[in-house]
Design a protein around this ligand. Structure first.
Ligand SMILES: CC(C)(COP(=O)(O)OP(=O)(O)OC[C@H]1O[C@@H](n2cnc3c(N)ncnc32)[C@H](O)[C@@H]1OP(=O)(O)O)[C@@H](O)C(=O)NCCC(=O)NCCS
Length: 214
């Protein structure tokens, strides 16, 4: 959990009229400084996602898809997330970032970010993990929440003896690519030439149908 410090104070307690005026002047003269200071002051906590968080995650999955200009590709519902994340052998785990009620979003949300991941296996290296999504709502970016989520995912992996954390990012998403690079991630497409390959839709059906009969 990131703990904030005392909010910016620009006034003396015994002069209320002056207090208000000084605050207004400060806000008008230094709006960007004020927003940076209040950003640093924000409390948030990262915790394991629960079934009750699936609605919020479903909303943010769509927000991320809008950001990635691929909303029409989202087919999952929150019911599906509840089913597949909370069955006997869950298909994924997730973390959410939550802010206190007083910092809720313009629309009234307190769950403002998420990271969804699952475990994989590398035949060369052993236990590994894959982060499917990392997302922070726009108005909460740049406050350390993304870093908090990603480092918590890594912590979970280390607890489970994973040797690496892998994920993909769209080529044009420069801010995210820079964010990952700044944290020490290596671009294995650029550096090692790995391509992402996928079967889906008709091609996936056809491949499955062509399997040798038992
Ligand atoms: C990418 C994203 C998850 C980052 O989360 P965030 O909360 O905005 O980032 P943080 O505030 O945690 O940044 C933490 C650190 O990264 C740095 N950072 C953030 N954006 C950066 C950028 N574009 N370039 C370089 N460093 C960056 C910050 O300066 C900070 O550095 P510090 O730890 O040295 O202080 C968030 O911006 C987001 O959701 N973006 C839209 C969706 C998206 O692109 N998701 C990833 C899809 S692959």
């Amino acid at each position: 959990m990131k703990r904030g410090s005392t909010p910016v104070s620009t006034s003396k307690p015994d002069t209320p009229a002056l207090q208000v005026r000084a605050d207004l002047v400060f806000r008008q003269l230094f709006p960007s400084l004020l927003s940076r200071l209040s950003a640093a002051d924000m409390d948030f906590k990262i915790r394991a996602g629960t079934k009750d968080d699936c609605k919020d995650m479903s909303r943010m999955i769509k927000e991320l898809a809008v950001f990635e200009k691929k909303l029409d590709e989202v087919k999952t519902s929150h019911e599906e997330l509840e089913r597949d994340g909370f069955c006997q052998n869950p298909f994924f785990e997730f973390l959410v970032a939550e802010v206190p009620e007083e910092h809720k979003s313009k629309e009234g949300f307190t769950v403002v970010g998420y990271a969804l991941y699952y475990y994989t296996f590398s035949t060369w290296k052993g236990r590994a993990m894959y982060m499917e999504d990392l997302y922070v709502m726009e108005e909460f970016r740049g406050k350390g929440i993304g870093k908090g989520l990603m480092s918590k995912v890594a912590e979970m992996g280390k607890k489970n003896q994973c040797v690496r954390l892998q994920f993909s990012v769209l080529d044009w998403n420069t801010p995210a690519r820079e964010f990952y690079a700044a944290k020490g991630a290596r671009d294995i497409t650029e550096k090692d030439g790995w391509h992402f390959i996928r079967f889906e839709g008709q091609e996936f059906d056809d491949l499955a149908k062509s399997a040798p009969k038992d």
